[in-house]
Structure formats: structure tokens, C-alpha cells
Design a binder for this molecule. Structure first.
Ligand SMILES: *Cc1c(COP(=O)(O)O)cnc(C)c1O
Length: 382
């Protein structure tokens, strides 16, 4: 067997690849965060975030992974004994539920089979059953299953009520169309290591005016994630910000602004379409019933150990895709098309996949997946 050069290809739904330009933006001298020079950079980054969230409201930046922003959402708008409807169709819906429970929130769970999507009717029914509900928690892109939620339709159900719509867009932001203001989303959370093309370390939370009112009135215990402090010091930070990460954020928002948000959404849609065409051409089945543009979840064919397959691609060839989580370990694989990726990342993923399947004894025509993806790219005249 010939030895091949070890080169890494990151094709996971977080962390996602980071372009050199953004890496280098972080490699600038760390200056003091209470200087006008620094504040100017932070202001630019914060303004850019409004565009990415499609909101006129403030987007707060927290120094944590995405889960910190989820916790901030719960801690700031929910108090012990408050009622929440939580959509649980995967690992991240479970996280909403668990954070709510940790804060003493009374959770009315809508349990969705993993791989399926919640319908607006299910939200409507649950709301009729529990009219004292204060907030509905959804996940734009459920990263553990690849399912995208129709958050716009869910907001329509909530129109005319005081129920807040809180959505986890940590993986979905930029990969999926999201218009916070137009769709009347009250709280949207995101993280830096996904569609934003950054390393992990920053989390973002945007709130509607009425959500901010709830935050101000809330008496719940909180400190580091007390959004009143972030609101008060905005656009400055209440504590030491992630200075070098904010340099990267400023560069990332600039790149995304130059590209244009519609183009960013479109580029994710294109890679998602090509990936799906590729895996289907290999005779594989999609796992998600309502697949989104963050990742493609694919069922592992009968008789193949999914963990070994994914491990082989990573260890032997440096091609890292994600396996399944929780009870889906070994049963699905997740190929991301998130963030800094081009059609040739998708080609690499499909090529490695068909070669690995071949090694593992699955009957595959080498090149069939790649060909199907290339045909999508040709049809769309890239
Ligand atoms: C990645 C992810 C998270 C968790 O983010 P961390 O940065 O690991 O805390 C939460 N929700 C979704 C949908 C994600 O994809």
C-alpha cells in the first residue's frame, strides 16, 4: 500500500474550516479593550452581525461556545416555574430542554422522532394545551439529524400572542435563510465555529425589543450571562471581550457582507444539493425527512460499522466527516457543507466516501457519487 501525504479536510458541522485570512486576522497584536482603537473594531463587528441575523436590534457577543448563548437565553427570559414548549427532535433540542430544566422551567416537550421535523400544527396544539406558555424553543438546524425546522411558520402560529420564539441557529445561521425581524423571531443564538468561518470561542445572542423587555423585567439569578450588563455597555463589553476573536469576527463579517447574504445562503444550498445527489447516486439513503443546508445525514448501509467507516476516512486519509450522535452512533454519517467550503470540498467528501465504502465491501461504482455532484455543478453552471 502506498503511503499518502497526510492532509486534513474538515467536513464537519462545527467546527467548520477557517480561511487563512480569518486566521491571520486573529494573529494581530492584542491591544487593550478599553481603547478607541479596539472599540472601533468591535463596533464594526457588531454592526456586521446585525446584517447576518437580518435584524435592526442589538446582537450581543459572549465569550463562550454556542451553548453559553443558549444558557443566556434561558437564564434571561425564563424564571423558575415559567412554562416553555420545547421541540426535541435531536441532541440540540434535548439541550434546550435540559438547560430549561436546570433553571427550574416547566417543560412541555414536543418529542419528535429523530430525523423528522416538527410541524407548525404540533406547536399550535401544544399551545392550546398549555396556554400559560412563556416561550417556544426551536432549533433552526438540528445538527444531530440534519433536519431544518420551518421557524418562519412557527412564528406565524405565535403571532398575536405574548409567547416568545427562541431559536437555536448555532449551525443554521448563514447556511439556512434566516430573517430575524421579518420572521418575528424573538431570540436567536449562534456560535462562531459554524457558518461564520471562525474558530470556536464566541457565541451570539440577538433579542427582539419585546424579548429585551422580558430580560429587563426578569428576576432570575444570573451573572456572567446577565444580558442587562451586555445591553448597558453595548457596543462596549462588560468584561474582557475575546479581543483576537473579535478581530477575526470583524474580518468574517466583512467577507460575508462582500459576498452578500443571499449568495451565502445560495452557496450552502448548492453544496447541499450536490452532496445529496452524490450520496443518492451511491445508492445510499438520506436520514433527514426535511434536510437542510448545514449537513447531509446519510444512513450507513446494512452490515457496515459506521464508526469504523468514518474513523477510517479520518485516520487514513485525513478526511473528517461526522458520525452519528447518541443512539445514532454508527448508524448515520453526517457530511457538512457549512462555512468556508467550495464545490471541491464536496467532491473530496464524496470521493473519500465512495473509496471508503468500496474498502468496506459495499458495492459501489467508483466515481458515481462524484459524477452526480459534478452534474449538479455543471447544471448550475458554477
Ligand atoms: C454546535 C451546536 C451547538 C453547540 O454549540 P457549542 O459551540 O458546542 O456549545 C448547539 N446547537 C446546535 C444546533 C449546534 O449545531
Amino acid at each position: 500500500m502506498a503511503k499518502i501525504v497526510r492532509k486534513n479536510y474538515l467536513l464537519t458541522p462545527g467546527p467548520a474550516p477557517v480561511p487563512t485570512e480569518i486566521l491571520l486576522a486573529g494573529a494581530q497584536e492584542t491591544i487593550h479593550h478599553r481603547t478607541p482603537q479596539y472599540l472601533e473594531i468591535q463596533k464594526k463587528a457588531l454592526e456586521g452581525l446585525k446584517y447576518l441575523f437580518q435584524t435592526e436590534n442589538r446582537v450581543f457577543t459572549l465569550l463562550s461556545s454556542g451553548t453559553g448563548a443558549m444558557e443566556a437565553a434561558v437564564a434571561n427570559i425564563m424564571s423558575p416555574g415559567d412554562e416553555a414548549i420545547v421541540v426535541v427532535g435531536g441532541k440540540f433540542g434535548e439541550r434546550w430542554r435540559d438547560i430549561c430544566k436546570a433553571y427550574g422551567v416547566v417543560v412541555h416537550e414536543i418529542a419528535i422522532e429523530w430525523g423528522a421535523a416538527v410541524t407548525p400544527e404540533q406547536i399550535k396544539e401544544k399551545l392550546e394545551e398549555y396556554p400559560n406558555t412563556k416561550a417556544v424553543f426551536t432549533t433552526l438546524s438540528e445538527t444531530s439529524t440534519g433536519v431544518v425546522t420551518d421557524v418562519e411558520a412557527i412564528s406565524k402560529i405565535l403571532e398575536g400572542t405574548n409567547v416568545l420564539h427562541v431559536t437555536d441557529a448555532i449551525s443554521g445561521l448563514l447556511a439556512q435563510p434566516l430573517k430575524m425581524d421579518e420572521w418575528k423571531l424573538d431570540v436567536v443564538v449562534a456560535g462562531s465555529q459554524k457558518g461564520l468561518m471562525m474558530p470556536p470561542g464566541l457565541a451570539f445572542i440577538a433579542l427582539s425589543e419585546r424579548a429585551l423587555e422580558v430580560v429587563r423585567a426578569s428576576t432570575n439569578h444570573r451573572y456572567y450571562f446577565d444580558l442587562r450588563a451586555y445591553d448597558k455597555s453595548y457596543p462596549d463589553s462588560p468584561y474582557t471581550p475575546g479581543i483576537n476573536l473579535v478581530y477575526q469576527l470583524a474580518r468574517a463579517v466583512e467577507m460575508l457582507y462582500e459576498e452578500g447574504i443571499e449568495n451565502v445562503w445560495e452557496r450552502h444550498r448548492l453544496l447541499a444539493d450536490a452532496t445529496r445527489a452524490g450520496v443518492k447516486a451511491l445508492g445510499l439513503e438520506l436520514f433527514a425527512k426535511r434536510p437542510g443546508n448545514v449537513l447531509t445525514a446519510v444512513k450507513i448501509p446494512e452490515g457496515i460499522d459506521g464508526k469504523k467507516l468514518v474513523g477510517y476516512m479520518r485516520n487514513e486519509w485525513g478526511v473528517t466527516i461526522a458520525g452519528g450522535q447518541a443512539h445514532l452512533k454508527g448508524k448515520i454519517m453526517r457530511i457538512a457543507h457549512l462555512g468556508w467550503m467550495s464545490p471541491f470540498d464536496t467532491i473530496t467528501a464524496l470521493s473519500a466516501l465512495e473509496m471508503a465504502l468500496d474498502k468496506f465491501g459495499y458495492k459501489v461504482e467508483l466515481g458515481a457519487g462524484v459524477k452526480a455532484a459534478e452534474e449538479v455543478f455543471r447544471r448550475e453552471d458554477i
